[in-house]
Design a protein around this ligand. Structure first.
Ligand code: ADP
Length: 159
């Protein structure tokens, strides 16, 4: 049997998340993921019943600007289960980042469910040490308290 990862260089992965907002930590995972996958779909998840900091369309527009010159990255929004999005788009790999043990515990459960229900494998990249403390919630907190979050954002923007 041919090992599944042999074909990985021609494989598409989705990188799902809230990206509220997209940070230098997220960008680092995508950029490193492009060394493994041929195409990455950044899938911006939204839930009509949950309040977000930025509307999904603004999150999508911001990420599209970051990757405007890279045709190996596409950005879309989606709602519902990630495995359903993967099925609709014929994608069988999910990319996720891990910063800590708590990320790992949470991610492992989701990866188990996605593999069991959707036959979808999850590939984890451990965050670079310099990005281990970067999170969307930290950026939202900085903005809320009047601080400039630019150094944690891939492109300067005023949200
Ligand atoms: P979710 O709401 O699905 O957790 P996030 O937007 O918070 O979505 O994160 C999307 C993915 O990016 C997750 O796999 C998360 O662990 C990862 N991630 C977030 N911040 C970082 C970072 N600084 N370094 C590496 N991975 C990160």
């Amino acid at each position: 049997m041919i090992p599944r990862f042999k074909t990985m260089s021609e494989k598409t992965a989705i990188f799902p998340g809230s990206f509220d907002p997209f940070t230098i930590g997220h960008k680092s995972i995508v950029d490193r993921g492009l060394g493994i996958f041929s195409h990455i779909i950044i899938a911006v998840g939204y839930n009509e019943h949950k309040n977000s900091f930025l509307p999904a369309d603004r999150r999508v527009d911001y990420i599209r600007k970051i990757y405007a010159d890279n045709d190996r990255v596409s950005v879309v929004k989606y709602t519902g289960l990630t495995i359903d999005f993967c099925r609709r788009n014929n994608v069988s790999a999910i990319l996720r980042g891990i910063r800590s043990i708590s990320d790992f515990e949470y991610e492992r459960d989701i990866a188990d469910i996605n593999r069991t229900l959707g036959e979808i494998e999850t590939v984890f990249l451990v965050s670079l040490p310099e990005y281990g403390a970067v999170s969307s919630s930290m950026i939202r907190e900085l903005i809320h308290n009047g601080y400039d979050p630019s150094r944690f954002l891939p492109l300067p923007v005023r949200f």
